[in-house]
Design a protein around this ligand. Structure first.
Ligand SMILES: [Fe+2]
Ligand SMILES: [Fe+2]
Length: 202
């Protein structure tokens, strides 16, 4: 039974008049540090942010301003999870609406867990945030049990752990498969992208 307590009850977010409005990296970092005290969660949010930016730039050749929007969606998607898990992700959405952020960023955050929030990923940004969220967390869990973390990690190693239902059991394999299908990107390609972009992470 999917948990419906986090359902947002709406599918449109922000105001189209605010298109192009962003936070600077410093403003976003300040919000992150203010709201999130858990270092592991911060690391997860930073990892997803890097992946989002890299995908927008390297795979989609989007301009710098667009890459920054993808970065912000990744960086802030779980901002309220640490202190207000029962309000995830309503609270950060309302905060970003109050700050009149570009609606594309807010909608991506609102659709990063369609089973929970009741918002279907629609844009590329929406779909890739959904795709990278669980998978990067899973890959990170795998890196923590490897002596050299991400170094030398192979796609097949990650896939083997995905098949092992006892490993990182809280990570939904169904969501990973669903997100990959919606994004139209094979899981193997997503895993490879995650591995090759995490070597510079602490
Ligand atoms: Fe989340
Ligand atoms: Fe997340």
């Amino acid at each position: 039974m999917p948990d419906t307590s986090l359902n947002l009850g709406r599918t449109e977010f922000g105001d189209s008049a605010n298109a192009g409005n962003v936070l600077t990296t410093a403003e976003a970092e300040a919000l992150l540090n203010d709201w999130v005290k858990n270092d592991r969660l911060k690391l997860h949010m930073r990892q997803v942010a890097q992946l989002m930016k890299a995908w927008a730039g390297e795979k989609l050749n989007l301009p710098e301003e667009e890459q920054h929007k993808w970065y912000l969606a990744g960086l802030l998607h779980d901002a309220d999870w640490d202190q207000w898990p029962e309000e995830h992700c309503r609270r950060i959405i309302e905060e970003l609406e109050r700050r009149q952020l570009d609606p594309a960023i807010i909608r991506a955050i609102a659709s990063h867990g369609p089973r929970y929030f009741g918002v279907e990923p629609r844009s590329d940004m929406d779909k890739m945030l959904y795709a990278f969220d669980e998978l990067s967390g899973f890959t990170h869990a795998y890196s923590l049990m490897r002596p050299e973390a991400y170094k030398g990690m192979e796609v097949k190693g990650v896939k083997k752990r995905l098949k092992d239902k006892t490993f990182a059991a809280q990570v939904s394999r169904d969501d990973i498969a669903d997100a990959s299908e919606r994004a139209g990107v094979p899981v193997e390609e997503l895993i490879q992208f995650v591995i090759s972009h995490q070597t510079d992470q602490p």
